[in-house]
Design a protein around this ligand. Sequence first.
Ligand code: NAD
Ligand code: MG
Length: 393
Amino acid sequence: MQKRLTLLGSTGSIGDSTLDVVARHPQRFSVYALTAHRNGDKLVEQCLRFAPEVAVVGDAETAAAVERKLRAAGSKTVVTYGPQALAEVAKSDACDTVVAAIVGAAGLVPTLAAAQAGKRILLANKEALVMSGDIFMDAARENGAVLLPVDSEHNAVFQCLPSEGTQHGGVTKIILTASGGPFRTREPSTLVDVTPDEACKHPNWSMGRKISVDSATMMNKGLEVIEAHYLFGLPGERIDVLIHPQSVIHSMVSYADGSVLAQLGNPDMRTPIAHALAFPDRVDSGVAQLDLAQVATLNFEKPDYTRFPCLALAMKALAEGGVASATLNAANEIAVEAFLNRRIGFMAIAQTVDAVLNALDNRSAASLDVVLEADAAARRAALKIIDSLPVPA
Ligand code: NAD
Ligand code: MG
């Protein structure tokens, strides 16, 4: 049967890759809703190509502009806007599959709505799960939602786990690989001076700017350890991080008998996206077959927690539990935005997150409201700390 999709964050990097795979299989997938924040022109192009029933944007002004252009082109797509409209398309009976590809905390409420509505959820938006952990996983379980990880490492782990995906027959460890980002070998004393463009120049992957900065600080890997903990139910001590600069092995699972299973492929998000879209089938993703003779060498090393303090901070937040991960995530979002706007230096990202974690009390993540309050408090605290930091030269 054809799958009908809501694509949250369709104008981003994951959104693009998803629509590229969808377009290759019109008999398998059709689009019910596309959503964007402010990039109305790109959304219009996507609507004209994929003819969704509904398009959602962030505000009334963008909605009016998108509506005008769609009508002029003869499109019947209905245009709505705002957070409530995002949740509506995520839980609508008219779709069965929701691709969660909004960046950051803004994705939490619609992705949770999809879980509560028992959808098949293709999860790229790791921040939503990092914030809401058990609340999200419980909502998915109680409502029969199926979670399919799109993040390349988690998709790799999912492929290497025993066939039920979340059963732990003999699993000893999950090994998340990490490229080490653009600054893996850079002289640490020069990191204070790096620019947003340097930080966004990832050696292997092409991604949105926020996750690119997270990859440069390795906060991304920290968020992924937390994501893996919730998705696969293993404690932090059984989730290892291994630097693997080529990004060919996307992650591994080790077993009690000494076996280690790995998933390999070229670093292109269309592979995990196609896997999750078609699961349990396999379909063409447009990605070239891996040529290991061409790759020739695979290297591995341990992560350096002094060079990448954000990785250690995320591990600490996971160990603390409660709302600490939501606090970490919110402080990081604010700090990364300040770095991208050249308000703070690169190393001040970790400094800000650390200071916010120390300044705020941790408490049990008892409800969504508690999590959202912790998120808001961490954002306020981060802005205050950033105010006291020097503007980089
Ligand atoms: P991106 O910045 O390229 O795209 C983000 C999308 O979210 C856009 O469509 C944007 O319009 C929308 N958006 C932004 N702010 C919003 C808001 N406040 N409300 C509603 N919509 C909003 O980001 P991306 O690189 O595609 O990443 C998306 C998510 O996928 C992130 O959580 C990221 O960590 C995760 N992810 C991305 C990659 C990758 O290769 N890009 C890999 C793994 C995981
Ligand atoms: Mg990843």
